[in-house]
Design a protein around this ligand. Sequence first.
Ligand SMILES: Cc1ncc(C[n+]2csc(CCOP(=O)(O)OP(=O)(O)O)c2C)c(N)n1
Ligand SMILES: [Mg+2]
Length: 376
Amino acid sequence: MPLTTAYQGEIPYLQILDPDGNLDESLAKGTLSDADVKHLYEHMILNREYDDSAFRLQRSGRLGTFPQCKGHEAAALGAARAMRKGHDYLVPYYRENPASFYHGLPMHYILMFWGGDERGNAIPRNISMSPLTIAIGTQGLHGVGHAWAFKYRKEDRVVVAFFGDGATSTGDIHEAMNWGSVLKAPIVFSCINNAWAISVPQDKQTGAETFAQKAIAYGMPGIRVDGNDIFAVYKAHRDAIENARKGNGPTLVESVTYRIADHTTADDARRYRPAGELEAAQKLDPMIRTRKYLETRKLWNDELEKKTWEKAKATVADVIAQADKVSPPDSDDIFNHTFEELPPDLIRQRDLRHTHSIGLNPEEIGLKPQPEEAAH
Ligand SMILES: Cc1ncc(C[n+]2csc(CCOP(=O)(O)OP(=O)(O)O)c2C)c(N)n1
Ligand SMILES: [Mg+2]
């Protein structure tokens, strides 16, 4: 019997705004209006200013570390704009400040968090997003859980879960994509391929040509987009979100961008980045292209650019002042924001870890021995 084809798949690639700022009018139809692009560019400026200020705060000893989002602005904001604000649910990792702020997260929270204050990751209830995730990939499963809950409750909310190229090598992301697809959960898997996972490049991360093609194996659509193109990122996410809202399950969107900064302030990418790569990527910076587009449409000029940066600087200075005014944290905070009701073992950990209790008999400080301790 001859061999036949069991399955054949294809991954589309979408670019609408090219690096010179030229727009494919037919693909752009029904996507972002002039006002949208202007507004998103203003957000890019605000985020770039925030990013550079946070870097300086770290260098002056006021933040522990900071992962810069530089270069990711279009990839994050295009997806954020495609979501229904306050309704759809954002599941970030740690490089989505532009999306988080767009969805209303107070900007000083992120400074608090990287300054070591856990209250900065206690997301206010009215913001439709989960906390930042540092444990790579785990948020994929949280995202599927949220999406499954929305489906179960018959709410028409959709989750957008972000993760990096490096996270695709974790078991959690595979499990999340598998279960998301099996359950037809309303979730979009947004993979930010920024070429690096700390010092690991794409060809050491996967044997596949794209990350998007992994969707095929999970039985969901996959698409690769130019992640520095705000139109393409928006369109791919909007279509995927609306498809999920209709009950058709997840999509994997791979946004190809570049990590213009070091991995975090604790890294020095000059040690591993090939010569010339950064300079080439800087030419593809999403802000350059978005500005060029706005200028071609006579919607932007030097004066607006100057004014917007000035406004961004003033906003960020206010944000820093706000973070400075926050009362000092309490070490109990690390226990206080994850559970609605703290489970007994964590109550015990919280109470036992106080320095004054170390070495004391738990019974003497009013704690009942745990069953295994009683058995010894
Ligand atoms: C489970 C787990 N393993 C390892 C790490 C250490 N770590 C922190 S960031 C990172 C690389 C992540 O790369 P990627 O997913 O591409 O995201 P990017 O930082 O490039 O945006 C690693 C391995 C971690 N935080 N969590
Ligand atoms: Mg990466």
